[in-house]
Design a protein around this ligand. Sequence first.
Ligand SMILES: Nc1nc2c(ncn2[C@@H]2O[C@H](COP(=O)(O)OP(=O)(O)OP(=O)(O)O)[C@@H](O)[C@H]2O)c(=O)[nH]1
Ligand SMILES: [Mg+2]
Length: 245
Amino acid sequence: MAAAASSGGIPEADRVLLEAAEDEAAGIAPADVKIILLGDSAVGKSKLVERFLLDKYKPRTRSTFALTLYRYNTTVPADEEVGETGGGPLTVDFWDTAGQEKFASMHPSYYYRAHACILVFDVTRKPTYQHLPNWYEELRGFCPHIPAFVVANKIDMNEKATTKRFAFATKNSLPLVYGSAADGTNVVRVFHESIRAAWRYKNHGDDLEAMLYRMLDDPTFGHKAAEGDEAEEKAAVVASARRVG
Ligand SMILES: Nc1nc2c(ncn2[C@@H]2O[C@H](COP(=O)(O)OP(=O)(O)OP(=O)(O)O)[C@@H](O)[C@H]2O)c(=O)[nH]1
Ligand SMILES: [Mg+2]
């Protein structure tokens, strides 16, 4: 798995992507689900991931350079709401993206085949909240239907923030979580919820993208004649995809 370096210019960012592509070419399969963290620089994206994966928090940090990828192995319980009878092992890639403006040209790669998103803002810096609609609009341009969560981070610095409603979340019908990477409040909860939502979206999402990717991931597709409803569904997806393309 490639990880971001910490200095240089955009060519370094390209190298990071290249490494990720090389990992794939070397036979490291993509994870079962991909979850991206988005939001302005210094809102706490990296600290939230560190808190969740390593259960540690060191206050000082470098701003993420381009992108850092983390692979996480876990197990998911059976999702009874969608009629699943057994859970099982699951690999998750967390894409800890860079919020700095200079990496804007990399954004399309962040969104490619993502299954869920955690949008983060900093309750102590209002502009980071005011920029959420921009991040969200971009997200929806690439991933119209993936589940998304909003984290109001750094509540350890402003407890009153937990009494605010933050209209952006309600307006867009997104779950809002008050969190703190510093003291760990709600971090495990939001990551677990995002993993479950990502897995459910991948397997049961009924939008065109989700259906198309399931079809492409199906090893039998193209090798045998599908029959009945399944064949009709696939034909419909291909036809719609052609119309879109
Ligand atoms: N008090 C407090 N500080 C936090 C919290 N989360 C992050 N910070 C601090 O905020 C700063 C930025 O955190 P990062 O996690 O690096 O921010 P980021 O969103 O990854 O920023 P970019 O990588 O530039 O996009 C660091 O100094 C952190 O220590 C939190 O929950 N509470
Ligand atoms: Mg970061």
